[in-house]
Write a protein that binds this ligand. Structure first.
Ligand code: 2HA
Ligand code: ZN
Length: 273
């Protein structure tokens, strides 16, 4: 099978294009990783270049040793992923120690994986420990309303979860665990990777203050849908806050309990107080 015809590659490209058309990716903002299934690798392995040099990941992910990932390239623009996949994205293999990777396909004009590779892989490793490898997609982008909220809300998991739950009824259904929030940190570092993956132990979405969001999920649709839902609620929050400092109505705690009962949800009790 040609690499560009593989269903996971098409889904990867679709997510990148969706993110771009939604305005989440100015210039080279954002990055995307997919943890490729072994059967998917077998169908395309004949196109790999296996003799590229091993390079440092910048962190250790021993639980992902020997695994394969499709990753957007550093400095590349999401707006070009659809028409220029081979230069904007690549497929990598992690070595047996979980400390190094090598490029098997892509980054054709001399590129390499995203600067946020340590965070992407650490997130997938944390999720693997929790759910045995169900989480396959990690996505980072810069949605404008959510970033704006990080300048006015307290930078806590509770403040953001409560704010977003109360502005759109579907939110508690889509993210019943809530979302995590990190203070401003230097991006691309091992430290922000560790902090993000700590939050990923509890949530599937982590806000990077004044920067963007990281989301994780088992499919491309679920992952993008989570980000889209969060950003939409943030947009409503901004609009309401811009119209008036107070609200006449809200989704109250008893309403959240009714919703939980109707949908069989287990809402994170931390955010119900
Ligand atoms: O430029 O978004 O966080 C890519 C990024 C880094
Ligand atoms: Zn970013």
């Amino acid at each position: 099978m040609e690499i560009l015809d593989a269903p996971f590659v098409k889904a990867f490209v679709n997510l990148a294009n969706d993110g771009y058309t939604h305005g989440y990716h100015e210039r080279n903002g954002g990055n995307l990783t997919y943890w490729i299934e072994k059967e998917e690798i077998e169908q395309i392995a004949c196109h790999f270049t296996p003799d590229n040099a091993w390079q440092e990941i910048g962190t250790e992910v021993p639980d992902l040793a020997g695994e394969y990932f499709m990753v957007t390239g550093t400095g590349r623009f999401f707006r070009h992923v659809k028409d220029d996949t081979i230069n904007t994205c690549g497929i990598i293999e992690v070595d047996e120690t979980g400390k190094r990777y090598r490029i098997l396909w892509g980054y054709a004009d001399g590129g390499r994986p995203t600067s946020e590779l340590p965070t992407h892989l650490m997130n997938l490793e944390v999720k693997k420990k929790l759910n045995g490898g169900k989480t396959r997609v990690v996505y980072h982008c810069h949605p404008v309303n959510l970033i704006a909220l990080t300048f006015v809300l307290p930078l806590t998991d509770a403040a953001f979860t409560k704010e977003l739950w109360q502005f759109m009824t579907e939110c508690p259904v889509i993210f019943p665990d809530g979302i995590g929030v990190l203070p401003w940190m230097v991006c691309g570092s091992k430290e922000i990777g560790i902090a993000t993956s700590e939050k990923m132990k509890e949530y599937n979405a982590v806000v990077w203050s004044h920067h963007g969001i990281f989301v994780a999920g088992s499919t491309f649709d679920e992952t993008f849908g989570l980000c889209h839902t969060i950003e939409k609620s943030a947009e409503i929050a901004i609009k309401v806050r811009s119209m008036s400092p107070t609200k006449l109505h809200t989704i109250t705690r008893p309403m959240l309990r009714d919703l939980a009962a109707a949908f069989g949800l287990k809402l994170n009790e931390k955010f119900m107080r």
